[in-house]
Design a protein around this ligand. Structure first.
Ligand SMILES: Cc1cc2nc3c(=O)[nH]c(=O)nc-3n(C[C@H](O)[C@H](O)[C@H](O)COP(=O)(O)OP(=O)(O)OC[C@H]3O[C@@H](n4cnc5c(N)ncnc54)[C@H](O)[C@@H]3O)c2cc1C
Length: 512
């Protein structure tokens, strides 16, 4: 009985559902075709299918310049958040092993790290996630196609296999969630030939050895951080300022800690040339912007982390009428993720002005699917998204930086509460806590609404995630002070801030 539709129909249930779906999709093969099976595309396609839409998702990974390839799931799963956090954890464990000896653990012999073991374990975990995504798509009745998609017209997508075989799909709505890829400085001789990017580092079978990381983005600092923590000689080359866009006082504390941790910084420098020596080492020449002099050193690896470029070039967007930002190459999108073609949507890293973060891509994708299925009109709220930089001393924040709060509200109309605190776990381990800092940026008048919350310290992501909800609910300084802390934690220190920057008083927390 269960195999037949409601027991009365002469059709098998599966044929019946297909018939209904074919009628609902009208003249199209699918209700929705999603190009890009990363964080956003997968979330959107699964949600839409659950809401009864007939959905196909195309995901295709163009190998990196070095030839690195990976499976479904996009940047986050394969070459971003997940392997990065696991390698960060590997580095933290090395630090914990050193701390452990102060806590009485007897560690026989010097501590060393085996890259191969770590890389294999991380890569196995990624493969399990790739598999999990494929199973979920199947369970949720999303058609997964390992094809490189491009637009033919506003309802037609062309998919190519890696051997060039072509498939055409039509859809009522099309979503583009093709993300971005790391940039290479194509004007620097040897940069592409000899360098790697974040698309490769997590898939290296052998240790990268002595590494030069070029760039000052969070990706650059995070990679440099875990490489240092794993015991590798690591230098970061920075042209201007680290962590641009983040609160610059906090960025300074992050890099101060990294320097103390062992990462070398080459500030105000611009790479000029990379050459491979007969020894196999890479000789890097750079210009010191202050003296104008050329300098050189040799490295085993050069990692370019100078930003990411959107994956828009091969999608045939402009011929279909989709407008791009000419400078960034990203797709211009409205608040509802719509593009300049009414039934084509774009979000995630490909969308102009969108935060390049996994949770925003996932949430935006789910909400778009719900809107397309007529379930809601709710739009994604991109304001005040919390985030964390997973450097050796983590930095988590939500809301405005002090600089941005000054610009938006005026220096005289904000009050900054701050504290230098010492995590309890650092005391016995005798670790340097001079960069452990809390900054709460508030409106100066009225209820002193919190505009920005910044924290450097252990588990910053976990700490800020909790406070982010309070922030979303419009927390004020008195809400913060009324909150009873959990003792003895680092997060507790946030509830105790009472020194304003304006007062000039010493903000060092004393006692427990
Ligand atoms: C090193 C690193 C660390 C990061 N760490 C974090 C972090 O800790 N937290 C966080 O929130 N974010 C982090 N991010 C950012 C996060 O990974 C991205 O913001 C997120 O993956 C964007 O999702 P998306 O769906 O827009 O694109 P993606 O996840 O990049 O997915 C796009 C997919 O589309 C595919 N594709 C491209 N073109 C085509 C085509 N023509 N046809 C078919 N498929 C195509 C791509 O191969 C890819 O699989 C990190 C990024 C990097 C690089």
């Amino acid at each position: 009985m269960a195999a037949f539709c409601r027991g009365r129909c002469r059709w098998k249930r599966s044929s019946c559902i297909q018939f209904i779906r074919r009628n609902l999709t009208g003249p199209f093969d699918y209700d929705l075709v999603v190009i890009g099976g990363g964080s956003g595309g997968l979330a959107c396609s699964k949600e839409a299918a659950q809401l009864g839409q007939k959905v196909a998702v195309l995901d295709y990974v163009e190998p990196s310049v070095k030839g690195t390839k990976w499976g479904i799931g996009g940047t986050c799963v394969n070459v971003g958040c997940i392997p990065k956090k696991l390698m960060h954890q590997a580095a933290l464990l090395g630090t914990a092993l050193k701390d452990a000896q102060k806590y009485g653990w007897q560690v026989p012999g010097p501590i060393s790290h085996d890259w191969r073991t770590m890389a294999e374990a991380v890569q196995n975990h990624i493969r399990s996630l790739n598999w999990g995504h494929r199973v979920q798509l199947q369970d949720k009745k999303v058609t997964y196609l390992n094809l490189k998609g491009s637009l033919v017209d506003e309802h037609t997508v062309k998919g190519l296999t890696k051997t060039g075989k072509e498939t055409t799909l039509t859809a009522k709505n099309i979503v583009i969630a093709t993300g971005g890829r790391p940039k290479y400085p194509t004007h620097i001789p040897g940069a592409m030939e000899h360098g790697i990017t974040s698309d490769d580092i997590f898939w290296l079978e052998e240790s990268p050895g002595k590494t030069l990381v070029v760039g000052a983005s969070y990706v650059a600092l995070e990679c440099a951080g875990f490489l240092t923590g794993l015991g590798l000689d690591t230098t970061v080359m920075v042209r201007s300022v680290p962590l641009r866009g983040f609160d610059q006082q906090m960025a300074g504390l992050v890099t101060d800690y990294m320097e103390d941790y062992g990462t070398k910084f080459c500030l105000r420098t611009v790479p000029k040339r990379v050459a491979k020596l007969s020894s196999g080492e890479l000789q890097v020449t750079w210009v010191d912007q202050q003296t104008g002099q050329d300098q050189q050193d040799t490295f085993d690896s050069v990692l370019w982390a100078i930003g990411r470029a959107p994956e828009t070039k091969t999608l045939n967007l402009e011929n279909v009428g989709i407008k791009l930002n000419k400078d960034s190459g990203k797709i211009l999108v409205g608040a509802d993720e719509s593009t300049s073609v009414s039934n084509i949507y774009a979000f995630g890293d490909i969308g102009e002005g969108r935060p390049e973060l996994t949770p925003t891509a996932i949430k935006a994708g789910k909400l778009l699917a719900r809107r397309l299925s007529g379930q809601t009109s709710e739009l994604m709220n991109y304001d005040n998204v919390a985030t964390t930089v997973f450097t050796p001393l983590e930095y988590g924040c939500v809301g405005l930086s002090e600089e941005e709060a000054e610009i938006r509200h005026g220096k005289d109309f904000i009050e900054v509460y701050h504290a230098f605190y010492k995590p309890l776990e650092f005391t016995v381990a005798e670790r340097n806590a001079s960069s452990c800092y809390i900054k709460v940026v508030c409106e100066r008048g009225g209820d002193q609404r919190i505009l920005g919350l910044h924290f450097t310290g252990p588990n910053a992501g976990e700490v800020i995630q909790g406070f982010a909800m309070g922030f979303r609910c419009g927390a004020t300084l008195s809400h913060l002070k009324e909150t009873v802390g959990i003792h003895p934690t680092c997060a507790e220190e946030i509830t105790k801030v009472n020194i304003t920057k304006r007062s000039g008083l010493d903000a060092t927390v004393t006692g427990c």
